[in-house]
Design a protein around this ligand. Structure first.
Ligand SMILES: *[C@@H]1O[C@H](CO)[C@@H](O)[C@H](O)[C@H]1NC(C)=O
Ligand SMILES: *[C@@H]1O[C@H](CO)[C@@H](O)[C@H](O)[C@H]1NC(C)=O
Length: 735
């Protein structure tokens, strides 16, 4: 059967319409920071043999090199053995590197400076280890399914916040001359059947939710993008013409290279013709099934893949290498085990602390020199079998700092709640007792008579190649693990001053805990990595006022999310309505809404102002395509300001958030969408100005008919508040 007939058949079966093929890959155009890199690359490619080109697009094979991905050197152009290595929170398999906080914790800080610094330190450690391409950051999964196993590797269940964090992280990594890799491209939202399922997503949802943070990544000149395991509309992500050639290379003007997720390639010619530029690891995980290398050579010699396409792959790979200045002499030798930690633990502690969200506090916090404290839970202490005893963190034993899978790293050290609390208790003369198990037997004795009882509970998830306590990557449920609800109930029955600490990869249903008399505070510690206990003590004792805000909704019931892990293909029927967009649209009251977080002080909001330097033209963005899309999409078209005042008694930081509502002339859209945020650190009594710069894209929807980003005419609703539901100021913007 010819391709066209096959395509029609597949389209008929899937009931989807296929877009016009975009193959062959559009070539980079326009003058950008990439121009010089691409001309160096073109000059190098002119000196390379066909075999040289095949060599740099084909990995050397699984576990046949110092890194998780490697290509062989090309001495004629001084091109090194290229090292591609995991991952998004540090150096996988490292022994001298920092275990940075997972991205979900960085997102929860809403602090662009900390996020940027985290990226810069990640880059510095990668460079110190001789890694050329660091495999992160993550914008897919975006987190539409709360159970999704790898959501914690990304920043937020919101494209805007995820996009800003992607951009800052990529800027940071690439500022020290390391190639970042935005992954997993795209609509890879669950672990179950990720290597066989198809994500069938409509065009508008693709643009406004899933592609959005990748556009930020491309705009930040990300060097590489990793295509994901799943299919999109029935064709593999790594050979999806529309996703790779159409959306990424043509529409977003991506100038770097697309690398396959490990063993996500399925065909020799499909992947080559439909946009993939590098195959990793070059074989399957048994060292066989080579799809490029000699096979690509044969396909080129048979005219199934053009020589121009091979040149384009090679140019893109080399351009990224030149862009980051990695051709300069002195790039460190590859050594994954190098000691590269520097002072980076300061960023880990700051992110762990400032990403902690205070969910409930009736006044028991902050603690002040209690005479007697009780600490409960297996998660209060370091894994008794060793902090790195489980391969790729594939267990939930002891204190939790990150989820499991290829995106996990070794801890260089681990400070558990008990370690940090013990030090503080000693300094204060507090008696601290410990019940380091999750069994309710004996817990009443352990906590009764203490001034307060702190109980630490967890929920974990990870990548689908490991199953932990029955959870196959994705979580099976949204309850705390290890009978956390019963443990809290047993503690609170014996101590009316119970403080619950939750270390979790994502939302947990808290209804039982919140309904338990005696639970006076809930501290959402998230995933604090190696500084787990220190960050917790900083918050519990008020060394710093809590300032994290939720980057996902905590529902009252799992059904309220409206999305679940699916068994077969996922038709993304919820469309634009994920997380708070869904709760708002369906009128469902969450327990704790997106953007929520308490502090030890109070903030007031006043003086909302909206200014536009000139009238904003409605209609489509029309600028030339630069990395990230039409240039004018990224222009600031309006500035909103608000005054935030700390009216409480202690210093603190507030994350002010701006949500926009599209005018009535736009097609149906979520009632409000995050389009700005600002974190202000304020002394008691002090005021500051939150400034939100709205870009043209922030006012646009994706017009499917026109295939353009369009600013609708009319009145935009402007809401500024302390969360997605705690709106303090309301205004409007006229287009
Ligand atoms: C997938 O199919 C939908 C429905 O026809 C279409 O709107 C969308 O653009 C397609 N996306 C891709 C990447 O093929
Ligand atoms: C914040 O304001 C609320 C309500 O106005 C008040 O009950 C609370 O005590 C204040 N908290 C602080 C820390 O000032």
């Amino acid at each position: 059967m010819g391709f066209a007939a096959l395509a029609l058949l597949v389209a008929a079966v899937l009931q989807v319409t296929w877009a016009e093929p975009v193959c062959p890959a559009p070539r980079p155009t326009g003058t950008t920071v990439w121009t010089a890199a691409h001309s160096s690359a073109a000059a190098a490619v002119a000196r390379m043999s066909q075999q040289d080109k095949i060599t740099i697009v084909t990995g050397t094979g699984w576990e046949r090199g110092p890194c998780v991905g490697n290509t062989a050197p090309i001495s004629s152009i001084n091109y090194p053995e290229l090292c591609l290595h995991d991952g998004p929170l540090g150096i996988r398999f490292g022994t001298g590197s920092t275990a940075f906080t997972p991205a979900i914790q960085a997102g929860s800080t809403w602090d662009v400076e900390l996020i940027r610094q985290r990226g810069e330190y990640l880059g510095a450690e990668a460079r110190g280890c001789g890694i050329h391409v660091l495999l992160g950051p993550v914008a897919g999964a975006l987190g539409k399914i709360p159970h999704g196993g790898r959501n914690w590797e990304g920043f937020a269940a919101d494209p805007y916040l995820s996009g800003i964090a992607m951009s800052e992280t990529i800027d940071g990594i690439q500022s020290v001359g390391v190639q970042a890799c935005a992954k997993h491209y795209i609509v890879n939202e669950q672990e179950l059947n990720r290597e066989t399922m198809s994500s069938n997503v409509d065009d508008r949802t693709m643009h406004e939710l899933y592609l959005w943070p990748f556009a930020d990544a491309v705009h930040a000149n990300v060097a590489s993008v990793m295509c994901s395991y799943n299919k999109i509309n029935g064709s593999w992500a790594c050979e999806n013409d529309m996703a790779q050639n159409g959306l990424l290379k043509k529409e977003l003007g991506f100038q770097g290279f697309i690398v396959s997720d490990w063993n996500a390639q399925h065909t020799t010619t499909g992947s080559a013709n439909y946009g993939m530029d590098m195959t990793m690891p070059g074989t399957d995980f048994s060292g066989g099934n080579v799809l490029w290398g000699p096979q690509l050579n044969a396909a080129i010699n048979n005219n199934q893949v053009s020589r121009a396409r091979l040149d384009d792959m090679a140019k893109r790979i080399l351009a990224s290498w030149y862009l980051l200045g990695q051709d300069a002499p002195g790039y460190p030798p590859i050594n994954i085990r190098a000691n590269v930690q520097g002072n980076h633990k300061e960023n880990v502690r700051a992110v762990a602390r400032d990403g902690t969200v205070l969910l409930k506090n009736d006044g028991i916090l902050p603690l002040s020199r209690p005479a007697k404290l009780a600490l409960v839970g297996s998660a209060a202490v370091v894994d008794p079998q060793g902090m790195n005893s489980c391969v790729d963190k594939g267990c939930n034993r002891g204190a939790l700092g990150m989820g499991w899978g290829s995106g996990s790293v070794n801890y260089p050290y681990f400070v558990a709640p008990y370690d940090a609390l013990r030090a503080r208790a000693q300094a204060d003369g507090t008696t601290l007792s410990l019940h380091s198990s999750d069994s309710t037997g004996g817990v009443a004795n352990a906590v009764s008579g203490a001034d307060a009882a702190i109980v630490v509970i967890t929920a974990d998830s990870g990548e689908g190649y490991i199953t932990v306590e029955g959870h196959p990557g994705d979580r099976l449920h949204l309850d705390p693990w290890h009978n956390g609800n019963q443990l809290v109930q047993a503690v609170a029955a014996a101590n009316k001053n119970t403080i619950v600490v939750v270390h979790s990869v994502g939302p947990v249903i808290l209804e039982t805990i919140l309904a338990t008399p005696g639970v006076r505070a809930v501290v959402w510690g998230g995933l604090p990595s190696q500084e787990n206990g220190n960050a917790l003590v900083d918050i519990l004792y008020g060394l710093v006022s809590p300032s994290g805000k939720l980057v996902y909704t905590i529902a009252k019931r799992p059904e309220d999310y409206g999305t679940v892990v699916v068994r077969g293909d996922d038709n993304f029927g919820e469309g634009l309505y994920i997380d708070y967009r869904h709760f708002d649209n369906a009128g469902i009251e969450p327990r704790f809404e997106f953007g929520f977080g308490l502090s030890y002080t109070n903030f007031t909001y006043s003086s909302l102002r909206t200014t536009t330097p000139s009238a904003i033209p409605s209609g489509p963005a029309r600028g030339p395509t630069l990395p990230g899309g039409p240039s004018d999409l990224w222009d600031t078209v309006a500035t909103v300001t608000a005054t935030i005042t700390n009216t409480g008694a202690v210093a603190g930081a507030e994350v002010a958030q701006l949500y926009l509502t599209l005018p009535a002339s736009a097609p149906a859209a979520p009632p409000k969408q995050l389009r700005g945020f600002a974190k202000l650190k304020l002394e008691p009594g002090a005021s500051g100005t939150a400034t939100f710069k709205l870009r043209r894209r922030d006012l646009s929807y994706w017009d499917v008919g026109r295939q353009q980003w369009v600013v609708p005419a009319g009145t935009f609703g402007v809401r500024v508040g302390a969360s997605s539901r705690d709106i303090r100021l309301t205004g409007s913007l006229q287009v």
